[in-house]
Ligand binder design. Structure first.
Ligand code: NAD
Ligand code: DAU
Length: 351
């Protein structure tokens, strides 16, 4: 079996759902259920003996030791993190605790487990660290996309904490020989995305007739990847990636934020027209994010060359599926918009 951390979050839940659907292997899912963790994303797995959910924290070494001794996983796929850049600006402490100390604790527990395995199981074991393109910093408009050898230049507390975790994972390979792989992925979008991030926030705000807050001039560029393509890349790297290597994952879909917001509005105009006119009327330019990275772009050729992975979705197909999913899952959205969600919205966007 495999152990997944953070499997009740956006990408982790998509990964667990895809894993159970596409393999016969059980998965133990360890998640602290922070504001970002949501068991409702996993309701289709209720009663499924191949999914074991454990509520717990990756900084809890005793719990990790117990879980690893009980389940003896052949691999750990590590998603658990604080993931929102704006929250890291308001409160960096949780990001250091989970992303740095939590990854360290998990690595140490994994190392003890790995050392207890017999020679064959030891060689086959994998610690898969799920990371981000944000560790590479910001690109000028014409600079080539990030390759795996691009220097680390993290600019936010979030990206600095993820960079620190990447370095720890690298060191556990070089110093202890533990078989690790790391993937650095671009911006994901798709089902079960918490509506504090750009795309789901724009969809739920538009449907509620609320302003669509665009930071600064809206010309910051991100590369967008449909979440299920990220999950397939992780499965590929877990199965056939070389220990000690890192792989960039991206969608070849570089787009400025304002274009993303226009696309979401146009799809909503088509699928759920608003009698008051186009949703574009709600676009509102607001104060920019401090230290806002201008451009990210991913060169994912290594993953294609070495493991044959390519995204299945274009941005056009993926964003249509995403908007449709939010229209069909109003109850999921309503349930995540709890008191703590409303507190965050008023802290970040004011009145
Ligand atoms: P998310 O915020 O939606 O989910 C994070 C999950 O981790 C939640 O379920 C939360 O409860 C859990 N968690 C947080 N702290 C924990 C702790 N101390 N112990 C156990 N569980 C804890 O995040 P996401 O967007 O799904 O991202 C998952 C991973 O992928 C992160 O490591 C992130 O850095 C990385 N990543 C995200 C993106 C993206 O676009 N969202 C892109 C590249 C990489
Ligand atoms: O690049 C990968 C990263 O993508 C992941 O590592 C992070 O976990 C994930 O949150 C995401 O980070 P971003 O900061 O790029 O995502 P976010 O959705 O917060 O913002 C996307 C862009 O949209 C960014 O340039 C900021 C802008 N934005 C965001 C929000 C929430 C707005 O203009 N308005 C908003 O209200």
């Amino acid at each position: 079996m495999i152990l997944v951390t953070g499997g009740a979050g956006f990408i982790g839940a998509n990964f667990v759902l895809d894993w159970v659907a596409s393999t016969d292997e059980p998965v133990v899912n360890l998640d602290a259920l922070t504001y970002a963790g949501n068991l409702e994303s996993l309701t289709s797995l209720q009663g499924n003996p191949r999914h074991v959910f454990v509520k717990g924290d990756i900084t809890d070494r005793a719990l990790l030791d117990r879980l690893l001794a009980e389940h003896r996983p052949r691999a750990i796929v590590h998603f658990a993190a604080e993931s929102h850049v704006d929250r890291s600006i308001h409160g960096p402490g949780d990001f250091i605790r989970t992303n740095v100390n939590g990854t360290f604790t998990l690595l140490e527990a994994a190392r003890a487990h790995w050392l207890s395995l017999d020679a064959d199981a030891k060689a086959a074991f994998r610690f898969h660290h799920v990371s981000t393109d944000e560790v590479y910093g910001s690109l000028s408009p014409t600079a080539p996309a990030f390759t795996e050898t691009h220097p680390y230049e993290p600019n936010s507390p979030y990206s600095a904490s993820k960079a620190a975790s990447d370095h720890l994972v690298r060191a556990w390979f070089h110093t202890y020989g533990m078989p690790v792989v790391t993937t650095n992925c671009s911006n994901n979008y798709g089902p079960y995305h918490f509506p504090e991030k750009l795309i789901p926030l724009m969809i739920v705000n538009a449907l509620a007739g609320k302003p669509l807050p665009v930071y600064g001039d809206g010309q910051q560029v991100r590369d967008w990847l449909y979440v299920k393509d990220h999950c397939s890349a992780i499965r590929e790297v877990l199965a056939r990636g070389t220990p000690g290597e890192t792989y960039n994952v991206g969608g070849w879909n570089e787009k400025p934020n304002l274009e993303i917001v226009h696309t979401v509005c146009a799809l909503l105009d088509e699928l759920k027209p608003d009698p008051a006119g186009s949703y574009k009327r709600l676009i509102t330019f607001v104060t920019d994010r401090p230290g806002h990275d201008r451009r990210y772009a991913i060169d994912a050729r290594k993953l294609e060359r070495e493991l044959g992975w390519k995204p299945a979705e274009t941005f056009e197909t993926g964003i249509r599926k995403t908007v449709q999913w939010y229209l069909e899952n109003a109850a999921w959205v309503a349930n995540v918009q709890s008191g703590s969600y409303r507190d965050w919205v008023s802290k970040q966007y004011g009145a």
